[in-house]
Design a protein around this ligand. Structure first.
Ligand SMILES: Cc1ncc(C[n+]2csc(CCOP(=O)(O)OP(=O)(O)O)c2C)c(N)n1
Ligand SMILES: [Mg+2]
Length: 740
C-alpha cells in the first residue's frame, strides 16, 4: 500500500509507543501510513474544491468522511492481486492501493495522460488496470453485477487454468489481446453508497453472489444520505444490514467506518472468509459526509447544523489523528511534519497536473472499438466447406436450419476455446444434474433449444442457468469478459432485454472507450427477436434493433439464413468487441435459407452485405425476416412486370455495408429500405438519410421505406398481419417505385 513511504524519522511522542504493539494486527508504521493516506485523501479533496472554484478543473466529487473504511480496505486487500470495483467516494482506498495524487489531479484537469480515462470521464471515476481497479461509471450500482462476474471469472480460471493460455493459432481471435491473470484465491471488492442499495442490480448481485458462494466483498458505505434523501426513506427499517441478513453463506460485518482500526479488523475477517472460499462477505460501514453530496449540492438546505455537527465529531481525519496522539504513536510535532510533507507533495502534484497537456480533439473516436482486431477485416473471411456429396442412393443430406447451425457453431467454438461460457434463462439442459446422469430426463437447452446438449457435453460450469434477471446476465458477463473470459449469453426474448439496457448502453458498450483502452469486455449477447409468429403479441414479437445500432461501441448483427448465422456468430465469438447477435425466431426452423454445415472455421466479416439477387431496376435494402418476404415480392414483380430488383441483405447492422448499397443504387437509381421494426425513427431512416445525402444525384425517385406500423405487434393474426410488413406491401412499394 501507500502513496509515499513512511518516514522512519518522524518524531514519535516523547513517552514513545510501545514497540511491537499491534492494533488489530496493524503496526505503528502501518497506522502512521494509514493516517498519511487519510490526510492526503482529504487534502486532495480540499485542493480539488479550490481548483474547481478557480475553474481549473470541471467537476469535484469528494471522498471526505469515507477515508477510514477506504484505507482499511486498502490495507486488507492486495493491489494487482485482488480486484476492485470502487465507487466515487473511494479516494482513500485508491491511494492505499497506490494510485498517485498526481494521477488524481490529472483526472480533474482531464489530461491526455490521465491513466483512468484520458480526459473522458469525470474525476473520481477510478480505472487503473495494473492495480486491478476496474473502470467505473456514474450510474449508481451498475458496477456491482460486474464485480460478481469478476469473482466468477477468477474461480472459473482457477478451475480451468488452461483457458488462460493464448493459443498460437493461425486464425487470431480476441485471446491474443487479453492478458488473463488469476491467482486462485483472489477476492473482489465492490463498494456502493447506502442509497445505491435501493437499486435492483444490488439485490440481483447479492443473490448471484450467495448462489455462487463467490469470493466477493460488498462494502456499503453508509453516510446516511443519498444526495438529500435520508436513509430511513431509502431503506426499509433504516438498516441495510438488517435487510440483507437473510442471505445465506455470507459473512456480515457492521462497523464504524470512520474508525480505521475497527474497519481494518472487519475487513481482515471479511477478506479471510472470502479468500478461504467460504462465500461472500458484506461490510456495512457507517461513515459521514462532511462536504455535501458534491460541489453542486449544499446540504444545509436539508440538514440542520446540529445534525452536521454531530457527524463532525466522528470525522476520520481528526479521529485518526487523536488516536495516534493518544496511543503515543506520533506526537504533535510528528503529526505536523507528516502533514507538511503531504502538503508539499500535493503542491508538486497540482503544479505538474496543471501543466499537463489536454487530449487532442482528433482522439475522440479512438477505442470505440478494439484497435487490435477489426471484425471487418479479411481475417474473418473464410471459405465454407463444400457441401457433402449425395449418398449412394442419390439422396441429398438434409440441409441444416438456422437453429441447427447456431447450435453447431456454439459447440465448435466451445471445443476450440475454453474461455467460452454460456448462461442465461433456461439455457442449460437441466440444472439438477443428477437427473441427466441417471438419464431420467433428456434436458431442455433453451426455450428454442439452441443450446441443447451443450451442458451435457461441456459441463455445468461452462453452460448454466442464470436467475431470471437480465441486468445480471449482461452485468455478470461484462465482469467476466473484463477478466478475459468469453461469455456468450442469451436473452430469452428481445422484448425482455430492457432490464439489461443500463448494462448494455452504459457499461458493456462504453467500457473500452471510457477507460481509454484500459479495459474491454467483448461479450456476445444472443437474442431471439421478431414477429410473424401468429400469436406472439406485444411481448414476444417486437423488433427494436435501431435502439442498439444507436449505441457506439456495440456491434449489431441480424442474419437471415443458416449459413450467414453460422459465419457471423463465429466472427462474433472470435471478435474483440461486444456483439448483439439478433436471431429471428421465425427463421430458426424456416425452410428458407437452410444450408449445409459450413465447417468449424467458417466466418463472415462484419459489415459485408449479401446481394441475394442481382437486378438493374431497383435496389431493395433489407435484413432479417423481411429478406424472404422481399424476395417473394421481387420475384412476383419480375414475373408480372419484368422489373429486376437487386435485393441486398445487410446481415450486419453495425457496421453496415455502405459500399454495396452505394454501388447498387448508383446502378439502379432507385432505393427501397424495408424492415420489420416500426417505421418512424427506425433503422431504415439512417439508410434513407445517407442515400439522400450521398447519392442525391444518382436518384431517379424518392427513397421509400416499408416497415411495421407505428404500433406494437398484436396477438390476433389478422392484426399482426396488418401491423408487420407483408410480401404484398413490399410488392406494391417496389412496383410504385419502379414506375415513378
Ligand atoms: C442510476 C442513477 N440514478 C441517479 C443518479 C444520480 N445520483 C448520483 S449519486 C446519487 C446518490 C447516491 O447516494 P449513495 O448511494 O448513498 O452514495 P453517497 O453519494 O451518499 O456516497 C444519485 C441519486 C445516478 N448517478 N445514477
Ligand atoms: Mg449515502
Amino acid at each position: 500500500m501507500a502513496t509515499t513511504k513512511t518516514d522512519p524519522k518522524l518524531p514519535v511522542a516523547a513517552n514513545g509507543a510501545k514497540k511491537g504493539k499491534l492494533y488489530q494486527g496493524l503496526t505503528r508504521e502501518q497506522l502512521i501510513q494509514a493516517y498519511r493516506i487519510i490526510y492526503t485523501s482529504r487534502r486532495i479533496d480540499d485542493r480539488e474544491i479550490l481548483l474547481k472554484r478557480q475553474q481549473k478543473i470541471y467537476f469535484q466529487m469528494s471522498g471526505a468522511g469515507h477515508e477510514g473504511i477506504g484505507v482499511a480496505a486498502g490495507l486488507a486487500l492486495k493491489p494487482g492481486y485482488d480486484w476492485f470495483y470502487p465507487y466515487y467516494r473511494d479516494r482513500a482506498l485508491c491511494l492505499a492501493l497506490e494510485v498517485k495524487p498526481y494521477e488524481m489531479f490529472l483526472q480533474g484537469v482531464g489530461a491526455a495522460d490521465d491513466p483512468s480515462s484520458g480526459g473522458r470521464q469525470m474525476p473520481s471515476h477510478w480505472s487503473y488496470p495494473q492495480l486491478h481497479i476496474v473502470t467505473q461509471s456514474s450510474p449508481t450500482g451498475s458496477q456491482i453485477l460486474q464485480a460478481v462476474g469478476c469473482a466468477e471469472a477468477g474461480r472459473y480460471l482457477a478451475r480451468h487454468p488452461k483457458a488462460a493460455e493464448v493459443p498460437s493459432s493461425s486464425s487470431p481471435d480476441y485471446r491474443q489481446f487479453k492478458n488473463v491473470r488469476f491467482q486462485g484465491d483472489e477476492v473482489t471488492y465492490v463498494s456502493l453508497g447506502d442509497g445505491t442499495s435501493s437499486e435492483g442490480e444490488f439485490w440481483e448481485a447479492m443473490n448471484a453472489a450467495a448462489l455462487g458462494k463467490l469470493p466477493i466483498i460488498f462494502c456499503v458505505e453508509d453516510n446516511g444520505y443519498a444526495i438529500s434523501v435520508p436513509v430511513e426513506v431509502q431503506t426499509a427499517g433504516g438498516s441495510i444490514s438488517r435487510l440483507v441478513s437473510g442471505f445465506p453463506d455470507f459473512h456480515f460485518e457492521e462497523v464504524d467506518g470512520t474508525d480505521p482500526v475497527a474497519s481494518y479488523a472487519a475487513f481482515q475477517r471479511a477478506t479471510r472468509y472470502c479468500r478461504e472460499g467460504h462465500g461472500p462477505a458484506f461490510v456495512h460501514a457507517h461513515v459521514i459526509r462532511p462536504y455535501s453530496h458534491s460541489l453542486s449540492d449544499d446540504e444545509r438546505l436539508y440538514r440542520p447544523d446540529a445534525e452536521r455537527e454531530r457527524d463532525a465529531q466522528r470525522d476520520p481525519v481528526t479521529r485518526t489523528q487523536m488516536f495516534l496522539l493518544r496511543e503515543a504513536i506520533l506526537d504533535e510535532k510528528g503529526i505536523n511534519q507528516l502533514e507538511k510533507e503531504v502538503e508539499a507533495e500535493l503542491q508538486v502534484a497540482v503544479d505538474a497536473a496543471l501543466e499537463a497537456l489536454p487530449p487532442v480533439p482528433e482522439s475522440v473516436t479512438k477505442f470505440v472499438y478494439s484497435p487490435d482486431l477489426d471484425p471487418e477485416s479479411s481475417i474473418f473471411d473464410t471459405k465454407a466447406l463444400a457441401p457433402p456429396e449425395p449418398a449412394a442412393d442419390g439422396k441429398k443430406p438434409a440441409a441444416k436450419t438456422m437453429a441447427d447451425l447456431i447450435t453447431m457453431t456454439l459447440r465448435d467454438e466451445m471445443q476450440r476455446d475454453e474461455r467460452i461460457v454460456i448462461f442465461g434463462e433456461d439455457v442449460a439442459d437441466c440444472s439438477r444434474e443428477e437427473y441427466l446422469k441417471r438419464k431420467l430426463v433428456k434436458g431442455k437447452g433453451g426455450v428454442f433449444k439452441l443450446t441443447f446438449g451443450l451442458q451435457c457435453e461441456f459441463g455445468n460450469d461452462r453452460v448454466f442457468n442464470a436467475p431470471l434477471a437480465e441486468a445480471a446476465i449482461v452485468g455478470r458477463a461484462t465482469g467476466m469478459a473484463t477478466r478475459g473470459l468469453k461469455p456468450v449469453v442469451e436473452i430469452q426474448f428481445f422484448d425482455y432485454i430492457w432490464p439489461a439496457m443500463m448494462q448494455i448502453r452504459d457499461e458493456l458498450s462504453v467500457i473500452r472507450w471510457r477507460s481509454n483502452n484500459g479495459f474491454s469486455c467483448p461479450v456476445v449477447i444472443r437474442v431471439a427477436i421478431g414477429g410473424y409468429l401468429t400469436g406472439g403479441a406485444i411481448y414476444h414479437s417486437q423488433c427494436g434493433e435501431s435502439v442498439f445500432t444507436h449505441i457506439p461501441g456495440l456491434r449489431v448483427v441480424f442474419p437471415s439464413n443458416s449459413q450467414d448465422a453460422a459465419g457471423l456468430l463465429r466472427t462474433a465469438i472470435r471478435c474483440d468487441d461486444p456483439v448483439l447477435f439478433l436471431e429471428h425466431k421465425r427463421l430458426y426452423r424456416e425452410s428458407f435459407g437452410r444450408a449445409a454445415y459450413p465447417g468449424p472455421d467458417y466466418m463472415i466479416p462484419f459489415g459485408k452485405a449479401k446481394v441475394v439477387q442481382p437486378g438493374t431496376d431497383l435496389t431493395v435494402i433489407t435484413y432479417g425476416a423481411v429478406v424472404p418476404r422481399a424476395l417473394q415480392a421481387a420475384q412476383k414483380l419480375e414475373r408480372e412486370q419484368d422489373v429486376r430488383v437487386e435485393l441486398i441483405d445487410l446481415r450486419c447492422l453495425n457496421p453496415f455495408d455502405w459500399d454495396t448499397i452505394a454501388a447498387s443504387v448508383t446502378k439502379t437509381n432507385r432505393a427501397l429500405v424495408a424492415y420489420e421494426d416500426t417505421l418512424s425513427w427506425g433503422y431504415g431512416a439512417e439508410i434513407a438519410a445517407r442515400l439522400a445525402d450521398q447519392l442525391f444525384d444518382q436518384l431517379d425517385a424518392p427513397v421509400r421505406r416499408v416497415a411495421a406500423k407505428d404500433v406494437f405487434v398484436a396477438y390476433q393474426p389478422i392484426l399482426e398481419d396488418a401491423i408487420l410488413p407483408q410480401p404484398n406491401d413490399l410488392y406494391l412499394a417496389m412496383k410504385e417505385l419502379a414506375e415513378y
